[in-house]
Design a protein around this ligand. Structure first.
Ligand code: SAM
Ligand code: SF4
Length: 341
């Protein structure tokens, strides 16, 4: 194929077109969100284990030539990776790249939004679980709400739009704020997605004792929807973004923005799963919740050519399970900061 040419998206064994690659560029993070990481952090990869810029770019180029359309950078915190602007520029130059986005906690966006936009990033999703400064500190353990809000403004000014806000809802932690956050969609440029928390043991580290949010923290999307409708009126279903994704989208009457619901616990969305994940150390994950992983870094460093790398992508697609179920009390062991959400 010529540079920049690409195949039609590959379909996996269950006829799902696979065209979305989430790329974790680091396992490091400047926050310690309670549902994601233990307070002391998680054991970190060594410098040599992490894919270098050119290795990430090579893998992404192969993915695009195979028909991947959406490339999203995540982490850990992607803005905590050294040289992130240069990495974005390198990825944006790949022929055929037309949807390069990032999921970030927003803390460093004030300084990075403009350079990232200049480098070719298209849009950002920002994780934000509360509009209350004290509570923000309680949930993230380290961050300041004002930094995220300033980061959001900077992203808007830089044209990194539409910005979607990802709000993980946890009973007893921020479920009393669902209505206030939903109300934000009445204002321009506020698109919010409420995500059911996944109970991950990895977030506890060595902590022991009561874990109320793990044992009983899930607020089903249906309950979130009912709460919003009771206070703010009916939600009308609207079309989601092109390329699909796990969210179902709605709008309040007269709202400027959309309200999405993502329900990893109470509803299957595996039937429409269109993604693979690349970890910071170069493993391709067929599914967020299975242990299967295909090493790309080893073959890459041993001199694999593009066709061999494509074969490994195809293997990951073949290994995508039909579905995987997390239950409220599954308390799975994987670490979200390692997988990238
Ligand atoms: N650090 C970046 C951020 O927070 O946006 C990117 C990585 S983070 C792992 C990606 C997404 O996963 C975030 O939106 C975060 O809220 C979500 N997440 C982390 N732990 C989660 C959990 N236990 N259940 C549901 N979502 C989770
Ligand atoms: Fe860091 Fe994102 Fe995990 Fe929060 S959710 S600890 S910001 S990786």
């Amino acid at each position: 194929m010529l540079p920049g040419e690409r195949h039609k998206p590959y379909r996996d064994a269950y006829d799902r077109p696979i065209q979305y690659l989430r790329v974790s560029v680091t396992d490091r993070c400047n926050l310690r969100c309670v549902y994601c990481m233990p307070e002391q952090g998680v054991p970190l990869l060594s410098h040599d284990d992490i894919l270098r810029h050119e290795e990430i770019a090579r893998i992404v180029r192969v993915a695009i030539e195979m028909g991947f359309i959406h490339i999203r950078l995540t982490g850990g915190e992607p803005l905590a990776r050294k040289g992130i602007v240069e990495l974005v520029a390198e990825l944006a130059r790949i022929p055929g790249m037309d949807d390069l986005s990032m999921t970030t906690n927003g803390i460093l966006l004030r300084q990075y939004a403009e350079p990232l936009a200049q480098a070719g990033l298209r849009r950002v999703n920002i994780s934000l679980d509360t509009l209350q400064p004290d509570r923000f500190r309680q949930i993230t353990r380290l961050g300041r709400l004002e930094d995220v809000l300033a980061g959001r403004q900077a992203a808007l000014a830089a044209g990194l739009q539409p910005i979607k806000i990802n709000t993980v809802v946890v009973r007893g932690l921020n479920d009393d704020e669902v209505v206030a956050i939903a109300r934000k969609t009445m204002e321009p440029h506020w698109h919010v997605r409420f995500i059911e928390v996944m109970p991950l043991r990895s977030a506890l580290g060595t902590a022991s004792g009561a874990t109320p949010w793990i044992d009983d923290g899930v607020v089903p999307s249906a309950e979130i929807r009912a709460q919003v409708e009771a206070e703010l009126g009916p939600l009308t279903a609207v079309r989601g973004e092109a390329g699909g994704g796990p969210a179902r989208y709605y709008q309040l009457s007269g709202a400027a923005g959309t309200l999405g619901l993502i329900s990893p616990i109470t509803e299957h969305f595996c039937h429409s799963c269109n993604r693979l994940r690349l970890t910071a150390d170069g493993r391709l994950l067929p599914c967020l919740l299975s242990d299967a992983a295909i090493d790309l870094r080893g073959p890459l460093r041993a001199g694999a050519d593009d066709e061999q790398l494509s074969d490994l992508f195809r293997q990951a697609m073949i290994e995508k399970p039909a579905s995987y179920r997390v239950t409220r009390n599954a308390a799975t062991c994987l670490s979200m900061s390692k997988i990238g959400g």
